[in-house]
Structures are given as structure tokens and as C-alpha cells.
Design a protein around this ligand. Sequence first.
Ligand SMILES: Cc1cc2nc3c(=O)[nH]c(=O)nc-3n(C[C@H](O)[C@H](O)[C@H](O)COP(=O)(O)O)c2cc1C
Length: 195
Amino acid sequence: MVIAVLLGSVRSERMGERAAKWVSAELRKRGHEVVLVDAAVLQLPLLDKMWKEIKGSADPEYAELREKLRPLAELYARVDGYCIVSAEYNHSVPPGLTNLIDYFLEEYGFRPSAIVCYSAGAYGGVRAAMQLRAMLCEVGMPSIPSLQAIPKIGSALTEDGVALVPALERAGKFFDEFEWYMRAMAVERAKGVPY
Ligand SMILES: Cc1cc2nc3c(=O)[nH]c(=O)nc-3n(C[C@H](O)[C@H](O)[C@H](O)COP(=O)(O)O)c2cc1C
């Protein structure tokens, strides 16, 4: 399976990279092709125009943005699933992640998403994950039932994304479920999509 891991945390001292490294390594261990889409590397401006509004235009004002977004469009066309790595800001979805997601829409369709949420505190970002679920459904990548929450991320993962807590070493059910949904939806996508 081909999986895009979306990381929307852009703070200079962000913890999200740890979660993205951990989940990417776990998915690669299971034989998947994993591509990290990192909002901090992409440096996308706050949304002005979506990909669909600029992809066919030659407007020089959007030339740089087009070249940043084109590889994402090509990636999203071939992925089987999205792994969304989300912090919790004010009990909600971090704006950098929303901004990253908002650039595309139809490209996400008919593929499952799996949420890896985290926070500095004991709840592991689950309040953000509940709101994220509504957004992911709306953009066409409904989330699988299981969540992978990472409480106290600073002590749960090393900077290199190595798990320090047994709960993360027992995340098999989450990945098994994600793979099931990716396989199932790939079969139906191959037969055609309703729109
Ligand atoms: C603006 C902001 C709001 C936050 N709000 C919450 C919150 O509502 N609940 C929580 O558990 N942690 C909250 N935190 C702490 C984050 O869980 C912690 O800083 C985490 O590392 C953020 O992810 P990041 O480092 O990838 O940006 C907040 C952090 C920031 C910067």
C-alpha cells in the first residue's frame, strides 16, 4: 500500500515529528511505501487558492505554489490511505494541519485515513482527533474506528521516533485495521467511484 503521512505541526520546537517518524517506521516495517508530507518543510502560505484553482492556470503569481503542490497532487492520486498526525491545540485541530489539508479536496476521495494524535498531557490529543474525524469525513477520507493516541509525547517517543512506552509497542490492532480499510477501499476504487 502507498500511504501519505500528513504532518501539520510547524512549530520550531514541535513534537509532531516524533510521532510522524514513529508511525512512518511502523508502516514501513509492514512493507508499505510511506511518503511524509511535512507542512513545516513545504512552508505553504495560509490558503488563498486551492490546487484545483491553480493547477491549470499559468498565472505567474501562483507559479511557486503550483510547483510545491504538484508533487502532492501526484502523490495523492496514487495513495491507498492517509495517516494524519495531529497535535491538540486548544482542544482542537492545529491550524497548520487544517491549512495543509485544505489545499486539496477531490484528491482525497474514497480512501481511508488513520489518526495518530498526541499531546504533552495525559489525553493524547483525543479531543482534537474527534474534531479531526468530522473534517476527514467531509474531505472524503473517513477515519478508521481506532485511534492511535500518544499521551505525554515527550517521554513516549525519542527524537528519532523510537517508542519508550509499551502501549506503542502494542499498536498492532490500529495498523491491522488501517490495512483492512485500505485493502477494502482499493478493491472498490478499482471498480469505479460514484463521482
Ligand atoms: C497553541 C497550543 C495549544 C495547546 N492546547 C493544548 C490542548 O488543548 N490540550 C493538550 O493536551 N495540549 C495542548 N497543547 C500542548 C501540546 O499538546 C504540546 O505542545 C504538543 O507538543 C504540541 O504539538 P507540536 O509540538 O507538534 O506543535 C497546546 C500547545 C499549543 C502550542
